[in-house]
Design a protein around this ligand. Structure first.
Ligand SMILES: Nc1ncnc2c1ncn2[C@@H]1O[C@H](COP(=O)(O)OP(=O)(O)OP(=O)(O)O)[C@@H](O)[C@H]1O
Length: 306
């Protein structure tokens, strides 16, 4: 369990993390979400004792990180995988860390196998591609077989197979009863992997809840209908109490009525339908809606939605 209580970090008069409190429980993957500059990495650094909080506290299984005598056996972290000594081989770097943390040398080959780098263990870290560097960073995190994993953007640079592999690995770790906190900007991946989310904006907590609950409480379910008679159908549905938005020329987004009700009302009005279905609720839409006012870095058009 990771517990963050009233955590605050001020940099040059600005609150990067602002009175943040949340818990990350074992057994499920928890996604850590927020727009650029929201304070995710700072929070992770504070949990890992890499920076001192201005106030508040962060503990891992009841202890401050800096109190762990053999930290790699308690918490596995992937922050910036490029921070490892670039001139060393992956195997040498892992061996040094293993020795310092009382981890048997045989574990080095186990983790190199686990992350798919066994064949390049003797290569210097500086020759690794971005995806290999991420895999190597994960090997470091897993070296001590820790009960808690803290991963900042672990999907960065991974190819499609790598993303698939990482998703399964994270799920398996959580199912083994470990605590897994993962930051990511890839909402579809988080939606498919994380049962819970902690969402922050401007250093403050926006949500600490079940992923489904976050989505359902943030965006409204609606029905998508395609018809050549959009005006007539809009009038029919609105007179039945629905709120209707024009999605495209021939397609409407209908709030307040079920798919079946829309179908029956269309039939009654003699309106042809090309398609009718529930619009899937997405974490991306919920995230955009919940964090919109905290977005610091917009594109020049003021739009950040594709
Ligand atoms: N060492 C530092 N000195 C000064 N300001 C900092 C420092 N580290 C972070 N910040 C500031 O704190 C804020 C939060 O940054 P942080 O990197 O934690 O955000 P983030 O949510 O991880 O962003 P991203 O998604 O872009 O990685 C930003 O405004 C950043 O400029």
């Amino acid at each position: 369990m990771i517990e963050v209580v009233g955590l605050t970090k001020v940099y040059q008069g600005r609150n990067a993390v602002d009175d943040l409190s949340f818990q990350v429980r074992p057994g499920v993957v928890t996604g850590f979400l927020g727009p650029n500059g929201a304070g995710k990495s700072t929070t992770m650094r504070l949990i890992l004792g890499l920076d001192r909080p201005t106030s508040g506290s962060a503990t891992v299984n009841g202890h401050a990180y800096r109190d762990f005598a053999l930290p790699l056996r308690e918490v596995g972290a992937l922050l910036d995988a490029r921070s490892a000594h670039p001139g060393r081989s992956a195997r040498d770097h892992l061996r040094i860390l293993a020795t310092a943390n009382g981890i048997p040398a045989v574990r080095v080959d186990e983790v190199l196998d686990l992350v798919g780098l066994h064949d390049v263990g003797r290569k210097r870290i500086k020759t690794f591609s971005l995806g290999m560097t991420q895999r190597f960073g994960l090997a470091v995190a897993l070296l001590g077989d820790p009960p808690v994993l803290l991963l900042d953007e672990p999907l960065n640079g991974l190819d499609v197979e790598g993303v698939h592999w990482m998703r399964n690995l994270l799920r398996e770790f959580a199912e083994e009863g470990r605590t897994v906190l993962v930051s990511s900007h890839l909402m579809s991946e988080v939606q498919g992997t994380a049962k819970r989310v902690v969402v922050i904006g401007g250093g403050r907590l926006i949500a600490d809840t079940d992923t489904r609950t976050f989505i359902e409480s943030t965006v409204r379910a609606c029905v998508l209908v395609e018809t050549p008679c959009a005006d007539k159908l809009t009038a029919t549905l609105e007179s039945a109490g629905a709120t209707v938005e024009r999605a495209e020329t021939h397609s409407l987004r209908v709030h307040g009525l079920s798919r079946r009700q829309v179908g029956e009302l269309a039939l009654g009005a003699g309106v042809v339908l090309y398609s009718l279905g529930d619009e899937g609720l997405s974490l991306e839409d919920a995230f955009l809606s919940a964090t919109n006012r905290f977005v610091d870095y917009r594109t020049s058009g003021g739009e950040y939605r594709a």
